[in-house]
Ligand binder design. Structure first.
Ligand SMILES: O=C(O)CCC(=O)C(=O)O
Ligand SMILES: [Fe+2]
Length: 147
């Protein structure tokens, strides 16, 4: 779980907030207050995730992309520095398999002659090690395991 606090930034246009990334796990469950800032990448555009009272945001993570053999695609997202007087607050809960040395990869049920595995198998300890040492940006983690 991560709790984020984005205070008022008087020169928000001069700085980055939380830079573009995908979450490494399966799903992220996110609750945000009424202050905007979260954006998702759609094609080449950044689109605001406008806060809706009582709504929960679900983000697909890299691990679900891999295990679903690209049936689900993880979402690149970022949070802009906050130009508003009210602070932005969010709480994210990361759902992920427990780290082990067991091999994992695309589910067998989602692999066939028509749709061969697009990722090789790996251990979650290797995966999380790479996540913590990778560059922040983009889809480098999924690309690393792509066949
Ligand atoms: O603050 C947010 O809305 C997003 C936080 C986030 O992307 C994360 O914790 O991975
Ligand atoms: Fe995230």
């Amino acid at each position: 779980m991560a709790a984020h606090y984005y205070p008022y930034c008087p020169q928000a246009e001069l700085t980055a907030g939380l830079t573009s990334h995908t979450d490494p796990g399966l799903l992220t469950v996110l609750v945000q207050n009424e202050v905007p800032g979260l954006q998702v990448k759609v094609g080449e555009d950044w689109v605001d995730v406008v806060p809706v009272e009582g709504a929960i945001v679900f983000n697909i993570g890299d691990n679900l992309q891999i295990m679903s053999n690209d049936q689900y695609i993880s979402v690149e997202h970022r949070v802009l520095a906050n130009p508003l007087r009210d602070a932005r607050v969010s709480v994210a809960v990361f759902l992920k398999p427990s780290i082990s040395d067991q091999l994992c990869g695309p589910f067998h049920e989602l692999v066939s002659a028509e749709k061969p595995a697009v990722y090789r198998q790996f251990t979650l300890s290797d995966y999380m090690g790479r996540f913590f040492s990778k560059e922040l940006d983009g889809k480098t983690l999924t690309n690393y395991y792509r066949i």
